[in-house]
Design a binder for this molecule. Structure first.
Ligand SMILES: [Zn+2]
Length: 161
Protein backbone atom coordinates (compact mmCIF):
# COMPACT_ATOMS: atom_id res chain seq x y z
CA UNK A 1 0.00 0.00 0.00
CA UNK A 2 1.26 3.48 -0.85
CA UNK A 3 0.46 6.42 1.41
CA UNK A 4 0.90 10.09 0.42
CA UNK A 5 -0.13 11.66 3.72
CA UNK A 6 0.63 10.91 7.32
CA UNK A 7 -2.13 8.80 8.94
CA UNK A 8 -1.36 10.46 12.28
CA UNK A 9 -1.21 14.19 11.46
CA UNK A 10 -2.09 14.34 7.71
CA UNK A 11 1.14 16.18 6.70
CA UNK A 12 2.76 14.97 3.45
CA UNK A 13 5.08 11.99 3.62
CA UNK A 14 8.58 11.93 2.07
CA UNK A 15 11.55 9.60 1.94
CA UNK A 16 13.68 10.29 5.04
CA UNK A 17 17.45 9.95 5.75
CA UNK A 18 17.01 6.24 6.58
CA UNK A 19 15.32 5.73 3.20
CA UNK A 20 11.88 5.11 4.72
CA UNK A 21 8.74 7.02 3.93
CA UNK A 22 8.21 9.29 6.92
CA UNK A 23 6.19 12.28 8.03
CA UNK A 24 7.55 15.70 7.01
CA UNK A 25 6.10 17.35 10.12
CA UNK A 26 8.99 17.75 12.59
CA UNK A 27 6.63 17.42 15.54
CA UNK A 28 5.45 14.03 14.32
CA UNK A 29 7.37 10.75 14.52
CA UNK A 30 5.40 8.64 12.03
CA UNK A 31 7.48 6.39 9.76
CA UNK A 32 5.92 3.99 7.27
CA UNK A 33 8.22 1.02 7.90
CA UNK A 34 6.40 -1.41 5.65
CA UNK A 35 7.42 -4.36 7.81
CA UNK A 36 6.88 -7.68 6.04
CA UNK A 37 3.61 -9.48 6.65
CA UNK A 38 3.95 -12.92 8.25
CA UNK A 39 2.25 -15.73 6.35
CA UNK A 40 2.06 -19.47 7.01
CA UNK A 41 2.33 -22.07 4.26
CA UNK A 42 1.87 -25.84 4.18
CA UNK A 43 3.35 -28.60 2.07
CA UNK A 44 0.34 -30.88 2.51
CA UNK A 45 1.32 -34.51 2.18
CA UNK A 46 -1.75 -36.59 1.43
CA UNK A 47 -2.36 -40.35 1.25
CA UNK A 48 -0.28 -42.49 -1.12
CA UNK A 49 2.82 -40.33 -1.51
CA UNK A 50 1.06 -37.30 -2.92
CA UNK A 51 0.87 -33.62 -2.12
CA UNK A 52 -2.10 -31.28 -2.39
CA UNK A 53 -1.70 -28.03 -4.33
CA UNK A 54 -4.38 -25.36 -4.47
CA UNK A 55 -5.37 -22.60 -6.86
CA UNK A 56 -6.61 -19.44 -5.20
CA UNK A 57 -9.69 -17.74 -6.59
CA UNK A 58 -8.61 -15.25 -9.28
CA UNK A 59 -5.38 -17.02 -10.25
CA UNK A 60 -4.66 -18.09 -13.83
CA UNK A 61 -5.98 -21.63 -14.45
CA UNK A 62 -2.50 -23.15 -14.68
CA UNK A 63 -1.31 -21.87 -11.28
CA UNK A 64 -1.29 -24.16 -8.26
CA UNK A 65 0.65 -23.57 -5.07
CA UNK A 66 0.88 -24.45 -1.41
CA UNK A 67 -1.87 -23.74 1.07
CA UNK A 68 -1.04 -20.34 2.58
CA UNK A 69 -2.74 -17.80 4.77
CA UNK A 70 -2.40 -14.91 7.16
CA UNK A 71 -2.18 -15.34 10.89
CA UNK A 72 -5.12 -14.20 12.94
CA UNK A 73 -4.61 -11.81 15.81
CA UNK A 74 -2.57 -13.47 18.62
CA UNK A 75 -2.55 -16.80 16.77
CA UNK A 76 0.53 -19.01 16.93
CA UNK A 77 1.86 -20.03 13.48
CA UNK A 78 1.56 -23.74 14.41
CA UNK A 79 -2.16 -23.25 14.92
CA UNK A 80 -2.56 -20.94 11.93
CA UNK A 81 -1.08 -23.40 9.45
CA UNK A 82 -3.39 -26.24 10.55
CA UNK A 83 -6.38 -23.89 10.53
CA UNK A 84 -5.56 -22.80 6.96
CA UNK A 85 -5.19 -26.42 5.81
CA UNK A 86 -8.57 -27.23 7.35
CA UNK A 87 -10.28 -24.12 5.93
CA UNK A 88 -8.90 -24.40 2.42
CA UNK A 89 -8.95 -28.20 1.93
CA UNK A 90 -11.22 -29.60 4.64
CA UNK A 91 -8.37 -31.84 5.78
CA UNK A 92 -7.36 -32.42 9.38
CA UNK A 93 -3.61 -32.02 9.36
CA UNK A 94 -0.77 -32.81 11.69
CA UNK A 95 2.55 -30.93 11.66
CA UNK A 96 5.47 -33.16 10.70
CA UNK A 97 8.10 -30.43 10.78
CA UNK A 98 8.74 -26.73 10.47
CA UNK A 99 10.69 -26.22 7.24
CA UNK A 100 11.91 -22.66 7.67
CA UNK A 101 11.26 -19.04 6.75
CA UNK A 102 11.06 -17.97 3.10
CA UNK A 103 10.82 -14.45 1.77
CA UNK A 104 8.37 -13.34 -0.90
CA UNK A 105 9.74 -9.94 -1.81
CA UNK A 106 7.14 -8.91 -4.36
CA UNK A 107 4.40 -9.26 -1.74
CA UNK A 108 6.65 -8.13 1.14
CA UNK A 109 5.85 -11.33 3.02
CA UNK A 110 7.81 -13.67 5.26
CA UNK A 111 6.40 -17.15 4.84
CA UNK A 112 6.74 -19.80 7.54
CA UNK A 113 6.62 -23.15 5.79
CA UNK A 114 5.51 -26.39 7.42
CA UNK A 115 5.35 -29.99 6.28
CA UNK A 116 1.85 -31.15 7.22
CA UNK A 117 0.47 -34.64 6.89
CA UNK A 118 -3.24 -35.02 6.23
CA UNK A 119 -5.68 -37.66 5.13
CA UNK A 120 -9.33 -38.03 4.21
CA UNK A 121 -11.57 -36.50 1.58
CA UNK A 122 -10.79 -33.04 0.26
CA UNK A 123 -13.48 -30.41 0.51
CA UNK A 124 -12.23 -27.05 -0.74
CA UNK A 125 -13.56 -23.71 0.45
CA UNK A 126 -14.96 -22.27 -2.80
CA UNK A 127 -14.80 -18.69 -1.55
CA UNK A 128 -10.99 -18.88 -1.35
CA UNK A 129 -9.96 -21.83 -3.49
CA UNK A 130 -10.92 -22.26 -7.14
CA UNK A 131 -9.41 -25.70 -7.66
CA UNK A 132 -6.95 -28.22 -6.25
CA UNK A 133 -4.89 -31.08 -7.51
CA UNK A 134 -3.32 -34.13 -5.94
CA UNK A 135 0.16 -34.66 -7.35
CA UNK A 136 2.39 -37.71 -6.82
CA UNK A 137 5.56 -36.63 -5.00
CA UNK A 138 7.61 -38.30 -7.76
CA UNK A 139 6.02 -36.02 -10.39
CA UNK A 140 5.59 -32.76 -8.49
CA UNK A 141 7.20 -29.66 -9.96
CA UNK A 142 8.03 -26.50 -8.06
CA UNK A 143 8.20 -22.88 -9.17
CA UNK A 144 11.14 -20.50 -8.79
CA UNK A 145 9.93 -18.18 -6.03
CA UNK A 146 8.55 -17.95 -2.51
CA UNK A 147 6.70 -21.17 -1.58
CA UNK A 148 8.05 -22.91 -4.69
CA UNK A 149 11.58 -22.74 -3.29
CA UNK A 150 10.40 -24.36 -0.06
CA UNK A 151 8.65 -27.07 -2.04
CA UNK A 152 11.72 -27.69 -4.20
CA UNK A 153 13.93 -28.19 -1.14
CA UNK A 154 11.41 -30.57 0.38
CA UNK A 155 11.02 -32.57 -2.84
CA UNK A 156 14.78 -32.95 -3.19
CA UNK A 157 15.10 -34.26 0.37
CA UNK A 158 12.15 -36.56 -0.09
CA UNK A 159 13.46 -37.98 -3.34
CA UNK A 160 16.94 -38.32 -1.89
CA UNK A 161 19.09 -36.11 -4.09
ZN1 LIG B 1 2.69 13.02 10.85
Amino acid sequence: MKFNYCPTCTAPLAINEENYLGCTNRECTFVHYQNPTPVVGAIVEHDDDTIVLVQNVGWPPTWYALVTGFLEKHEHPDEAVLREVKEETGLDGEIVSFRGHYTFERMNQIIMIYHVKASGPINIDKTEIADYKIVPIAKAKSWPQATGIALQEWLEERRGF
